[in-house]
Design a protein around this ligand. Structure first.
Ligand code: ACO
Length: 325
């Protein structure tokens, strides 16, 4: 059997310069470093400068990914930007990224699945590449969540940060077996019954405002581990792999407790879990490629490794992607 596989050629990331520590937050609102670290594992987050937009972070991450892949931006014919914090209501942030990279051909569009955005975007790009319509894709997760936080709400503002990460995918011939390099299986889900548990209380079509992030934290926590493990079991069932076979588990970096509980439930060994939430907080669609770029750069993720991504977020939306590096 032959198949087209979306093989990862490179990855990169970008965090804004400004670091906001738990201690600085505690000097402004009624919280503490202890509370934040114990409940979430977060120690600091990065905040975009006033004149730094989501597209600017995305372009820097994309340039790093193109350099890592060793390819020219002109060979990209598909750009998918996962974001819930676009520069403007329209046009898509992806076209600003396309223009910023000097690309005038192909197609660029945004995808909105909140914290699951990166796994949704990877899956979407994979489907374009496997369909044969496009050859090389930039898949980017980029967010400026600092712009939609209510900085007086200690239940949410301590959790999120800004950043961007990107990967370059290329359509390559494979055998169709799980020995191939590239994306091996993808599983996406959503359930709108939970749309009010994590949402932004504004929008062009309702309030005509941007709005602020609102969350029932305990409710999100309650559903997160079950949903995450369900889509990972789907990935295992589709491929025949087990937790033992996985080399690296790179989850959405929302909260260390959710990540630990999910890994424990799935019997994934703690040393296989890539954790960077302490360094940037929850950066929504950007968090997986941010963590990935760290683990690739420090030499943990190597060619041939099985790498498992998962995410869950507002909607609720959730999903998993299993890649052979
Ligand atoms: N500092 C100090 N105290 C706080 C803070 C804070 N920043 N925030 C809330 N508290 C207080 C509350 O007011 C409450 O006080 P009370 O008992 O006097 O009323 C107490 O801490 C407990 O509040 P809870 O909300 O019940 O705290 P919980 O233990 O559930 O932790 C948290 C809150 C961290 C938000 C947790 O519910 C959680 O992690 N939920 C998942 C949310 C998440 O990760 N969302 C990310 C988006 S979704 C995703 O990406 C998966």
């Amino acid at each position: 059997m032959t198949a087209i596989r979306s093989v990862v050629l490179g990855c990169g990331s970008y965090l804004p310069e400004r670091v906001l520590t738990n201690a600085e937050l505690a000097s402004r609102i009624d919280t503490s470093d202890d509370w934040i670290v114990q409940r979430t594992g977060i120690r600091e987050r990065h905040i975009a400068a006033d004149d730094e937009f989501t597209s600017h972070l995305a372009i820097k991450a994309a340039q790093a990914a193109l350099t890592d892949a060793g390819i020219d931006a002109q060979s990209i014919d598909l750009i998918v930007v996962a974001t819930s914090t676009p520069d403007n209501t329209f046009p898509a942030t992806a076209v600003a990224v396309q223009h910023g990279l000097g690309i005038n051909h192909g197609v660029a569009f945004d995808l909105q699945a909140v914290c699951s955005g990166f796994v949704f975007a990877l899956t979407t790009a994979d489907n374009f590449l496997r369909a044969g319509s496009h050859k090389r894709a930039l898949v980017i997760g980029a967010e400026t969540f600092s712009r939609i936080l209510d900085w007086n709400d200690r239940g949410t503002c301590v959790l999120f940060g800004d950043g961007a990460g990107a990967v370059v995918l290329e359509a390559q011939p494979g055998t169709g077996t799980t020995a191939d390099r590239g994306l091996l299986t993808t599983h996406l889900r959503s359930d709108g019954r939970h749309k009010s548990k994590l949402f932004v209380d504004g929008g062009p079509g309702s309030t005509k405002t941007v709005g602020h992030l609102r969350m029932e934290g305990r409710e999100v926590f309650k559903h997160a581990v079950g949903m995450i493990t369900d889509v990972i079991v789907d990935a295992f069932n589709a491929t025949g792999f087990t937790a033992e076979d996985i080399n690296w588990f790179i989850p959405h970096q929302a909260n260390k407790r959710i990540i630990d509980a999910s890994a424990h439930k799935l019997h994934i060994a703690p040393q296989k879990v890539v954790l960077t939430v302490d360094l940037h907080g929850n950066t929504s669609a950007a968090s997986i490629p941010l963590a990935l770029a760290v683990a690739v750069k420090d030499g943990r993720v190597k060619k041939g490794d099985l790498v498992l991504f998962e995410a869950m977020g507002g909607g609720f939306t959730w999903g998993s992607v299993l890649v052979r590096w």
